[in-house]
Write a protein that binds this ligand. Sequence first.
Ligand code: NI
Length: 251
Amino acid sequence: MMIDTHAHLDFFENPEEIVARAKEKQVEKIMIAGVGPDKFHEIINLIDKFDNVYGSLGVHPEDIDKFSPAVLKEIANLSSHPKIRAIGEIGLDYYWNKENKEKQIILFKAQLELAEALGLPVMVHDREAHADTMSILDAYNLKNVILHCFSGSVEMAMHCILKGYYLGIGGVVTFKNAKVIKEVVKEVPLANIVLETDCPYLTPHPFRGEQNEPSYIPLIAREIANLKDISLDEVASVTTANANKIFNLET
Ligand code: NI
């Protein structure tokens, strides 16, 4: 069995088919990553509907204009739902916009504080903002941190491992020219890796260009197994144990 730790299932029109196809490929649990308040209720509907689907709530840096103290309160209230298991995805995106850095940092910190207070793990989005992301995370006592779609260097990865963070590895690792992430996967212990699709984006090879979905998780696991020269079973069992532990999915 495998777990997709970061899927935007709320972006699909046919979640029944998507969840069924994932199960056929042994992807038995799916974590929905929240991006903004418009979709919070859709996420709650999905986790109520499917036994094996869990959720996280947060405001993505690209959705910064939708953030307010009321939204923070809404996240806190909805997080009492038994299947909301994380705050996310939250973080910094200087690729998309670096003009509003200060605002992004305020938004990120407010949600980290909430995660700390609620004792929930965080799913972090960090795009071209490595230094600020790492120094901000340092200031909080967080239960578990996943750097979703990890895009840093081997050196940054090793720093994350020392902190006990997890790296979310997705479709990019299957791209031929993605040399750095392949190197990262070789160096980082499997104990610090979780699998993710970030679907409908970042579709793994050989389906690149098509819509991504959780049933493609085994393609990512296979590439990790090849890079580390271990079996697919080992990748599946260790990353599943990691995700179960982070999100407390066995209860
Ligand atoms: Ni995402």
